[in-house]
Design a protein around this ligand. Structure first.
Ligand code: TYM
Length: 344
């Protein structure tokens, strides 16, 4: 049975949203609105897999919502909500905890990175996190998932879980009229010149909310002066920019800035090098400052404006959650029947 095309993605409300989140994910969310029904989630339950100050979590949940709105996601045509308001995410996660294999989760590189040497001391939630992520997507039977490169492995796991559920319960699924598959295998959408934006201080490290140096990232709420300072201070090598992409291969910092420029401008790395190749690095950096300020300045300003009215943001989340719940409840009813749970 063909599945209805539906986009789902999520962003954690932890720390500052940055240019990596914006270019790797949120710009894609905005673009997909024209051709798909979309559901965008502030994943507050994912956030608590590591400690969050309660008041701070409330604030950042509203701030990510404000970013979605400021970037141009339409909450009337699509759905914006926060995860904890739709209990079906956790209900389906439990079923998936019993479908996914320990060995699959043991292979997750993000868990290994986050847990580090302190494996015995991290939360069980951090380990089971990818099962919740699979449930986020599949409780809507979503078919397309825009994400940055770092989420690729989690998406593959979501597909494995969907596939194993479809296989394990094949007989029950077909007896209930769902054909040969209840869950779609969700397709990752990882495209464009900035699927992995790197730290401005170290071209071998991903730009991240948790980097202790604020100079490693550009936050969506940074003002023009901050943005300019961070780009001017961004680490580079002394060579001028090459004219061909091949010349970037051993120059991760330069490659990163060229990718950022291309993504902000909506063009390719090759086109950027065509324009700036052979010239001084400082000329390119000045142009990047202007472009970044022009693109991000209005977003940061709009976010600040929206944050002055938390009631409005909460109302959008309440409305989105109510609409999301309707879809999620239908899936859970079917899942309960497929699994064999008695329900009234
Ligand atoms: P999170 O909150 O870490 O990041 C949100 C989105 O931003 C992308 N991203 C980046 N893209 C390019 N360069 C970077 N440096 C960079 N840093 C982050 C991420 O790939 C992501 O798309 N587990 C997810 C949230 C999640 C989710 C889901 C996503 C929970 N459930 C279901 C999709 C579907 C996460 O922690 O993203």
């Amino acid at each position: 049975m063909p599945f209805k095309q539906l986009v789902f993605s999520g962003v954690q409300p932890t720390g500052n949203l940055h240019l990596g989140n914006y270019l790797g994910a949120i710009t894609k969310f905005v673009a997909l609105q024209d051709n798909y029904d979309c559901i965008y989630c502030v994943v507050d339950m994912h956030a608590i897999t590591v400690w969050q100050e309660p008041a701070e979590l409330t604030h950042t949940t509203r701030e990510v919502t404000a970013a979605f709105l400021a970037c141009g996601i339409d909450p009337k045509k699509h759905i914006i909500f926060n995860q904890s308001q739709v209990a079906e995410h956790t209900e389906l996660t439990w079923v998936f905890n019993c479908v996914a294999r320990l060995g699959w989760l043991n292979r997750m590189t993000q868990f290994k990175e986050k847990a580090g040497k302190d494996r015995e001391n991290v939360s069980v939630g951090l380990f089971a996190y990818p099962n919740l992520m699979a449930a986020d997507i599949l409780v809507y039977r979503a078919t397309h998932v825009p994400v940055g490169e770092d989420q690729k492995q989690h998406l593959e796991l979501s597909r494995d879980i969907a596939q194993k559920f479809n296989n394990d319960f094949a007989k029950s699924i077909s007896e209930r009229g769902f054909g040969d598959a209840f869950f779609p295998l969700p397709e990752p959408i990882i495209q464009g010149p900035a699927t992995r934006v790197m730290s401005l201080r170290d071209g071998s490290k991903k730009m991240s909310k948790s980097d202790p140096s604020d100079y490693s990232r550009i936050n969506l709420t940074d003002d023009a002066d901050n943005i300019a300072q961070k780009i001017r201070k961004a680490r580079t090598d002394p060579e001028p920019l090459p004219s061909e992409e091949k010349g970037l291969e051993t120059r991760p910092e330069a490659e990163n800035l060229v990718g950022i420029y291309a993504a902000l401008e909506g063009t390719t790395r090759a086109a950027v090098l065509g324009q700036f190749g052979g010239g001084q690095f400082s000329t390119f950096k000045n142009a990047l400052v202007d472009l970044a300020v022009a693109r991000l300045g209005p977003i940061g300003a709009e976010m600040k404006k929206l944050m002055q009215d938390p009631g409005h943001i909460d109302a959008i989340l309440a409305d989105g959650s109510a609409r999301a719940r309707v879809i999620a409840a239908q899936t859970m009813t079917a899942v309960k029947d497929i699994v064999g749970f008695v329900r009234s």
